[in-house]
Design a protein around this ligand. Structure first.
Ligand SMILES: Cc1ncc(COP(=O)(O)O)c(C=O)c1O
Length: 331
């Protein structure tokens, strides 16, 4: 089992969403504040980076390279962590046009990251090659770069979220009850994948459910199943093996139907929900991930999909800076 660095403020708190739960007259909804893991509000990324940085620093890395959308939370989190550790960060961002200086893109600059912008088509088809080339350029200058994949979503990234299951189990003991389901947004897959891994490793009885905020459920089921196969290669022989039933795509539960207008685009109904949660619970969701996923969860509760569940735990994965670019606003 690989060890990790310790950057996150843990355990993150669990709070009840009182007014939302009452208004839905369904299961009680709780929220786990993984938006408050630290590293300048880096949310779910911190737990993943704890594992990747152990490998990076173990290899003597003195530069980090990663990639994502222009408003990527993961890129900003890597830039923030790099700045904290004094390691230069190189970001390959998917954006043809010169972006407006706002939100995460602005923060990438504040944290001193070096930014390379590439076209959407290059990002889709030549991303790995472009990251490798950048790595080779840095090597030629005497650096030792470490490449982090999009969203820190690889086997090591999953390990960061498998730990959360143990953390929840301890919290359940002191709360005196357990959750019937743990719910998260899924974007690049390792948060949901990690929770599923944790369920398998620690025999967690609660159901693990994702809401996809891009693409479709099937795409993620396959992607996450592959991530899980990679993740178990880091575990010892007593750990779940590759044919564990929870790892097969058909058993990975993802509720589709809440992508709305597409990745990073908000509809009025989603924005209204976000405003409602901010005003009634004092909690800021982000429009790209948590806003859509919690909206999806409440709609599914209204439809009766969670009939029989007593308590649901929603993991707030962060992303608050996504509120800043007004391009997300539907009106
Ligand atoms: C705020 C936020 N929540 C959720 C996710 C989804 O996590 P994952 O990429 O591990 O699926 C991301 C990143 O993609 C994110 O930035």
């Amino acid at each position: 089992m690989p060890i990790k660095r310790s950057y996150a403020n843990l355990p993150t708190k669990i709070e009840k969403l009182d007014r939302l739960s009452k208004s839905l007259r369904g299961p009680e909804i709780y929220i786990k504040r993984d938006d408050q893991t630290g590293i300048e509000l880096s949310g779910n990324k911190v737990r993943k980076l704890e594992y990747l940085m152990e490998e990076a620093l173990g290899q003597g890395a003195d530069a980090l390279i990663t990639c994502g959308a222009v408003q990527s939370n993961h890129c900003r989190a890597t830039a923030a962590l790099g700045a904290k550790l004094g390691i230069p960060v190189y970001l390959v961002l998917k954006e043809n046009r010169k972006p407006e200086m706002m939100g995460n893109y602005l923060l990438d600059h504040l944290f001193g990251a070096t930014i390379h912008r590439i076209s959407e088509s290059d990002y889709q088809h030549r991303r790995e090659e472009i990251l490798e080339n950048l790595g080779n350029e840095l090597k030629n200058k005497g650096k030792n770069p470490y490449i982090i994949p999009e969203g820190a979503s690889n086997g090591l990234g999953c390990l960061g979220y498998s730990d959360v299951i143990q953390e929840i189990q301890k919290q359940e003991k002191s709360l005196g009850f357990s959750f019937d389901a743990v719910v998260v947004p899924t974007g690049s897959g390792s948060t949901l994948g990690g929770l599923i891994l944790g369920k398998a490793m620690y025999d967690y009885p609660g159901e693990i459910i994702g809401f996809n905020i891009a693409a479709d459920a099937e795409t993620f089921q396959h992607r996450i199943s592959l991530l899980l196969q990679e993740a178990i290669t880091y575990l010892d022989s007593n750990s779940p093996d590759s044919d564990h039933p929870l790892f097969s795509p058909g058993n990975i539960r993802i509720i589709d139907g809440y992508v709305g207008e597409g990745y990073g685009k908000s509809r009025a109904v989603e924005w209204d929900f976000l405003e409602h949660i901010a005003a009634s619970e004092g909690i800021l969701l982000d429009p790209v991930y948590t806003g859509k996923a919690l909206y999806g969860l409440t709609e599914e509760i209204k439809k009766g999909s969670f009939h029989g569940s007593q308590r649901i735990l929603f993991i707030h994965t962060g992303g608050v800076f996504g509120l800043i670019p007004p391009s997300n606003l539907p009106r």
